[in-house]
Write a protein that binds this ligand. Structure first.
Ligand SMILES: Cc1cc2nc3c(=O)[nH]c(=O)nc-3n(C[C@H](O)[C@H](O)[C@H](O)COP(=O)(O)O)c2cc1C
Length: 196
């Protein structure tokens, strides 16, 4: 698959097919891709917590917040929930927490692309209470949860659409229940003028 198609395929999936398991080996192969991602000063301050056992997923799920732009949707039903997670942790013994955001983003997108390449769906989840997740995962003080990647077999249709002229970028579900994600057009993104 060419790069553009892979990036387009790598959407935020929030409705999964919970009947399909994701193995620890599959999660480790995703983490393996993040191992080679760049980090500031090559400090490699991130750790990756693979979670795939149903009981562990069930403990983590209530701490997550899904699709703020869809207030009427209560989040994935039990048969739509992710079968696995990778929790990206910042090791604050290596880098202060406020300096890891870029490394986290690069690792997260690397994992998301690798998941799409394996035909898995994935959603980055950044809205959670760090303390609750730390307690749930029994983390030591130096490991701070930075971003959670929900992973599973895709259970929803997602469409990319050009953003409307009125600048409303909120995602929505269309009349076929497809999740639609507006993206700004190339023209709008390119900041291009002569400085000579
Ligand atoms: C840093 C970050 C944090 C996010 N946190 C959440 C979240 O807590 N809950 C959620 O449902 N989606 C979350 N998302 C997914 C975004 O809503 C999603 O990327 C956006 O709607 C665009 O959709 P797309 O990923 O398919 O392009 C997050 C995305 C990023 C990059």
């Amino acid at each position: 698959m060419d790069m553009l198609d892979l990036v387009k395929k790598s959407r935020s999936v929030r409705r999964f097919d919970a009947s399909v398991d994701v193995s620890r080996d599959a999660l480790l192969s995703l983490i393996e891709t993040a191992r080679f991602a760049p980090t500031g000063a090559n400090k490699q301050p991130l750790r990756f917590f693979p979670i795939y056992e149903k009981a562990a997923c069930d403990k983590l799920f209530p701490l997550l917040h899904w699709a703020m732009a869809l207030p009427d949707w209560k989040g994935p039903e039990p048969d739509e929930r992710p079968a696995a997670y990778i929790v990206i942790l910042a090791d604050t013994n290596i880098v202060p927490e406020q300096r890891v955001a870029m490394d986290v983003g690069i690792a997260a997108q690397t994992i998301a692309l690798a998941a799409a390449n394996m035909d898995l769906g994935c959603c980055m989840l950044g809205f959670f209470k760090k303390e609750d997740v730390s307690n749930c995962l029994k983390l030591p003080d130096n490991l701070v949860p930075a971003l959670i990647m929900a992973i599973g077999a895709r259970g929803e249709l997602i469409r990319l659409v050009d953003a409307r002229k009125d600048n409303d970028l909120r995602y929505y579900r269309d009349d076929q229940d497809a999740h639609c994600v507006p993206k700004r057009t190339l023209d709008e993104l390119v900041y291009d003028h002569s400085i000579l």
